[in-house]
Design a protein around this ligand. Structure first.
Ligand SMILES: Cc1cc2nc3c(=O)[nH]c(=O)nc-3n(C[C@H](O)[C@H](O)[C@H](O)COP(=O)(O)O)c2cc1C
Ligand code: SF4
Length: 426
């Protein structure tokens, strides 16, 4: 099962992080073509034609998002979301660390298309090395005239500013990110207004994921219509998937949407289960989406097929659980994350994640009570759809499906007062 590498085309080229090598492989030709030969609207038209959907998790059509910006002459901003805090997701990191000029070219080209002179890349606090890599790459791009007051002599000004967050998952949510970027505590904002009308410093703003903005480079190079021929109408192009957990070859893989099944990704590309083990479940879209069990492993990897299977493509973080992975420990581990990362602004999420964590902790410790599974389900229901931002729903995605799919395993922990699997991986 081959990968289809557009974003990862040059990822393994030695020295591709240096501008000379990047240029030798066709780097910055897309930006040149855009700013010298195309109007911003023509670039937007290509992105529209590509049917590209945002790769940050929600899958919103990118061209449509850009077209929402009001044409009222106000300053506009482009913000690249490089927070990448979703457990199991590490695709943006690989681009930033290995091929930083691809991101810079994608950001600069997209800024040109939406009419933004200033673009920001918001990096998660832990990406300190990535920050330094991008800092050096931006300086190289400046020196060659790809950024600055007069990009490639086009008369257009495009600057990129880097910002390192302080390591909070909620700062990946676009409005919390904007608050943090403005120097405030990273709490989500009430929507509407959406960032397109009132974003950074109250100005019209587009927020896009790293992978989304990088995809603009091959889209312009090959043409939007050609890109749209990859995958399906609703799931066009290629997508990066990060495979982690109990597999032989964990890592990032780029595949054409809809042409590869979850089974092919995990068993062929990622090498399948460890010696003597069987895979019992896969979380296909980061830590916030329902688990799929083996009878659904032949689901094609695209937005609509995964939705039909009862889960989501999300961020493309594929987490594999095998027959030695304890479902209680796994869901507790994730709940610890959400409990810690809840910003505390609204009660169902703040109190609910804490309470769910406490119940899971006692079940895991062999102290589960007879009504605990019903309590977990009830608490989850009282979080779902009742929180200020989507983190609340994200927190219960895996647990809710786990309780349905592995009910007997949870129950056995309570009945036996210990893990029925004995020594387990977490
Ligand atoms: C709790 C939470 C965390 C998020 N974390 C990220 C993230 O780390 N990176 C990201 O690109 N989008 C993240 N998102 C989605 C963003 O809010 C936003 O939809 C995305 O950056 C838009 O970019 P796209 O249209 O290119 O996907 C998160 C959303 C929520 C609710
Ligand atoms: S759901 Fe509420 S408490 Fe949880 S992160 Fe969002 S705003 Fe904060």
């Amino acid at each position: 099962m081959p990968e289809t590498r557009l974003l990862f085309r040059d990822i393994d080229v030695p020295g591709i992080d240096r501008i000379d090598v990047y240029e030798q492989h066709g780097g910055y030709e897309t930006l040149r073509k855009a700013v010298l030969d195309m109007t911003p609207d023509a670039v937007l038209a290509e992105v529209m034609a590509s049917n590209l959907r945002g790769r940050g998790g929600a899958g919103f059509p990118t061209g449509r998002k850009w077209s929402f910006l009001p044409k009222d002459g106000r300053t506009r901003y482009l913000v690249c979301n490089a927070d990448e805090s979703e457990p199991g997701t590490c695709k943006d990191q690989e681009i930033i660390y290995k091929d930083p000029h691809l991101l810079i070219e994608g950001v600069a080209t997209s800024a040109y298309a939406i009419g933004a002179e200033d673009a920001f890349i918001y990096l998660r606090g832990e990406f300190k090395v990535g920050f330094e890599i991008l800092e050096r790459a931006i300086a190289e791009a400046h020196a060659k005239g790809y950024l600055g007051d007069n990009v490639l002599g086009s008369g257009r000004r495009i600057e990129i500013t880097l910002y390192l967050g302080a390591g909070a998952y909620i700062c990946g949510e676009e409005t919390a990110l904007l608050e943090s970027l403005e120097g405030k505590r990273g709490n989500p904002r009430l929507k509407p207004p959406f960032p397109a009308t009132a974003g950074l410093y109250g100005m019209p703003t587009v927020v896009n994921n790293v992978e989304t903005l990088c995809a603009v480079v091959p889209i312009l190079a090959m043409g939007g219509q050609e890109y749209a021929k990859l995958g399906t109408e609703k799931s066009a192009g290629t997508k990066l998937f990060s495979v982690s957990g109990t597999v032989r070859r964990p890592g990032n893989f780029e595949v054409e949407l809809s042409k590869v099944t979850l089974r092919e990704l995990v068993f062929d590309l990622a090498g399948g289960p460890l010696e003597g083990r069987e895979i019992k479940g896969i979380i296909p879209g980061g830590s916030s989406v329902p688990i799929l069990t083996p009878e659904k492993f032949d689901t094609p990897l695209d937005y609509e097929s995964l939705a039909a299977a009862g889960t989501m493509l999300g961020s493309g973080g594929v987490i594999v659980l095998d027959d030695r992975s304890c479902i209680v420990k796994s869901t507790l581990r994730l709940m610890e994350f959400y409990r810690h990362e809840s910003c505390g602004k609204c009660t169902p999420c703040r109190e609910g994640t804490m309470w769910l964590g406490q119940v899971l902790e006692r079940i895991e410790a062999g102290l589960g009570r007879p009504g605990d599974l019903a309590l977990l389900a009830d608490l989850s229901e009282n979080i779902e759809g009742r929180t200020f931002c989507p983190l609340g729903d994200a927190a219960i995605g895996v647990l809710k499906s786990g309780l349905q799919l592995y009910h007997d395993e949870y129950q056995a922990h309570i009945d036996q007062g210990c893990c029925p699997l004995g020594e387990v991986v977490r």
